[in-house]
Design a protein around this ligand. Structure first.
Ligand code: CO
Length: 195
């Protein structure tokens, strides 16, 4: 079932999500609905709070897909290639982060706006899977960026909080004044990616 994605300035997006303690059928269904919603919106990551559920869970698929000008096959790093996607990531913790990288980030909760954001280049992530097992993964590339972007959502933060005050205010006032522009139709020329 496709879910409704909350958009800035919805105050729910500012909530700090809670740890998942029960790994049950309801959680699995939520992850499936989140993936369906993410793919339908042509996104590459989605946090539960973006569909109104304050649980520390993310779904991610940053693998190459033929949906226009996004990440291509050759762009994947060696570490990314080793990781099976889509990923369902629960209670994530970054154990180690190193280096820095930038990417023109967008967000399904702030659609049509993009700004360059700085992130750690390489991370070691610990998380629970849907069975409640503890896993770790090491990645860099786009996958590492998406993980960090989605983890911000769990703490009530958006990418527009990580850019300059001037740029952030420009986006916020534009949204408050005019709302969101019409979304670019799927499959059209588009080099930007919503996370
Ligand atoms: Co986002």
């Amino acid at each position: 079932m496709k879910l409704n994605i909350l958009k800035y300035p919805d105050s729910k997006l500012r909530e700090v999500s809670e740890d998942v303690t029960e790994f049950n059928a309801e959680l699995k269904k939520l992850s499936e609905d989140m993936l369906e919603t993410m793919y339908a919106e042509n996104g590459i990551g989605l946090a539960a709070i973006q569909v109104g559920v304050a649980k520390r869970m993310l779904v991610i698929d940053a693998s190459p897909r033929d949906t226009g000008g996004r990440y291509e096959e050759g762009d994947q790093t060696e570490l990314e290639k080793q990781i099976q996607q889509p990923l369902v990531v629960i209670n994530p913790v970054i154990l180690k982060g190193e280096g820095s990288t930038t990417f023109d980030e967008g967000c399904l909760s702030v659609p049509s706006f993009f700004e360059t954001v700085e992130r750690k280049e390489k991370i070691v992530l610990q998380y629970n899977n849907l069975q409640g097992e503890t896993k770790t993964l090491e990645t860099d590339g786009l996958l590492a960026i998406v993980i960090q972007h989605e983890m911000d959502h769990l703490n009530g933060e958006l990418f527009i909080d990580r850019i300059s005050f001037v740029k952030s205010n420009k986006i916020k006032s534009q949204i408050k004044k005019n709302g969101y522009p019409e979304k670019t139709p799927k499959g059209s020329e588009k080099s930007e990616t919503e996370l």
